[in-house]
Design a protein around this ligand. Structure first.
Ligand code: PMT
Length: 408
């Protein structure tokens, strides 16, 4: 973790804490200017490793600290990267430990710039950023917003969670590079009148984790989602919808694509689509007319998006690349027997059944337990684990299926 001399260095302390919590070991390397903003004691306490900051007073007996650090790290993050530090990196200078190790570095480097907006927009900084990008350096941010100097504009260092996600994406193997995925998530809402609707408890978390896992694996993701309160996953193409009919339109558009436009290689439908909608949406709020009676609702069936996609995919495209369709099933009671029948009825390649009455499974939780059923009827049980882990495993399974048509 390289730190340059900027006020955003205080956010790097939070980044170090988050990365350690996620299992990383961190070696802090600070420039002299960085130590004007945070102390060596703080960096050492948070990282659990002595601070490195001197080129000529190395901790290592052979004096090769800059080479060893450059070689041994899985990733070098520079946060904050000041205008001066970017300029020195672009020039290939090596006059302190951080720039020396960056010059000796062969593996990935992620840079999070932070500076006054005028400095970020200056032609010299623009040239330096272009040079570094051409050299293969990854950038995250800066972001627009209010600055410590009182101005506002683009120059704020990306938030620690964003830098952490960016680091994860760099380090994750790209098993879905060049692939495009369609993912649905969250509930749909079927309106009765301008103030009431029928819906369900889906939070969107399962679909969000799948989107993040797919993006980390190098895929492009079209995320079609109902009303949820989750922050948009960085880099996904979002299609917010409300009702099942809107979700159907958005899903078919993304799946079928245009004649020459990009087409999706796989679809994972985690959305809890309402099976029914009111036959008629009332234009005005339904009024309570007396103290005892209640209105009768007449419902009608919504289209089955998963069944329609599966029917389309029966026709294999001319390029011979298989298109994989995965459904989720929210079951109660005899989950497995119902799941087998549902997979056949909906015609998907894989169905992930979750018993939403089991503790820790289904709606709103951070964990899930699923049983996967394939076309051949084989079952694979994934016991209760984080939704993040379920997503990672399902994305690996999808990557396998899109690459090996015969396994379908
Ligand atoms: O969002 P979370 O809070 O994280 O919760 C996750 C989840 C429980 C919503 C998720 O894991 C899940 O089970 N999603 C599917 C919910 C569902 O609608 O199940 P279903 O058995 O009714 O539908 C089966 C499949 O058909 C699903 O892929 C669904 O998207 C699809 N479907 C359903 C009805 C419909 N009209 N059109 C559809 O495409």
């Amino acid at each position: 973790m390289g730190l340059g001399g900027g006020i955003a260095a205080y956010k790097t302390l939070e980044l170090i804490r988050r990365l350690r919590e996620a299992g990383a070991s961190i070696i802090p390397v600070a420039t002299e200017a960085a130590l004007q903003f945070v102390t060596g004691v703080t960096l050492q306490a948070l990282s659990g490793t002595p601070l490195r900051n001197a080129l000529f007073a190395p901790l290592e007996a052979d004096g090769m600290d800059h080479i060893r650090l450059a070689r041994e790290a899985d990733l070098v993050i520079v946060a904050p990267a000041t205008a001066d530090l970017l300029a020195r990196m672009a020039q290939g200078q090596a006059d302190d430990l951080l720039t020396a190790l960056l010059l000796a570095r062969r593996g990935p480097v992620l840079v999070a710039p932070a500076m006054n907006p005028a400095m970020w927009e200056h032609p010299a900084t623009r040239r330096n950023v272009t040079t570094l990008q051409e050299d293969g350096i990854h950038f995250i941010g800066p972001e627009p917003g209010a600055m410590a100097c009182g101005e506002s504009g683009t120059g704020r260092m990306a938030e620690p969670a964003t830098i952490q996600e960016s680091a994860r994406r760099i380090l994750t193997p790209k098993i879905l590079a060049g692939r495009r995925l369609l993912i649905t998530a969250g509930p749909t809402r079927e309106e009765l009148d301008p103030v009431r609707f029928i819906s369900n408890h889906s939070s969107g978390k399962m679909g969000w984790e799948l989107t993040l896992a797919a993006l980390r694996a190098g895929a492009q993701v079209e995320l079609i989602h109902g009303p949820v309160t989750l922050p948009p996953p960085m880099g996904a193409l979002l299609h917010p919808v409300t009702s099942a009919c809107q979700m159907l339109d958005a899903t078919l558009n993304a799946w079928l694509g245009t004649a020459n436009g990009p087409r999706c290689d796989a679809a994972i439908l985690t959305a809890a689509v309402a099976d029914y909608r009111p036959e008629q949406r009332q234009h005005d709020k339904i009024k309570k007319t007396d103290a005892t009676s209640a209105p009768h609702l007449t419902l009608t069936q919504n289209p089955d998006i998963l069944a329609m996609l599966s029917a389309w995919s029966g026709v294999r495209p001319r390029d011979g690349r298989p298109r994989v369709i995965v459904g989720f099933a929210a079951e109660t009671g005899d989950a497995l027997a119902r799941g087998h029948a549902k997979r056949i009825r909906k015609g998907c390649d894989l169905l992930a059944i979750n018993d939403v009455t089991a503790p820790g499974c289904g709606f709103g939780t951070d964990t899930n337990g699923v049983t996967l059923i394939g076309r051949d009827g084989r079952e694979e049980v994934w016991p209760l684990q984080s939704k993040e882990r379920v997503a990672e495993r399902l994305i690996a399974a999808v990557a396998e299926l899109v690459s090996h048509p015969r396994s379908l």
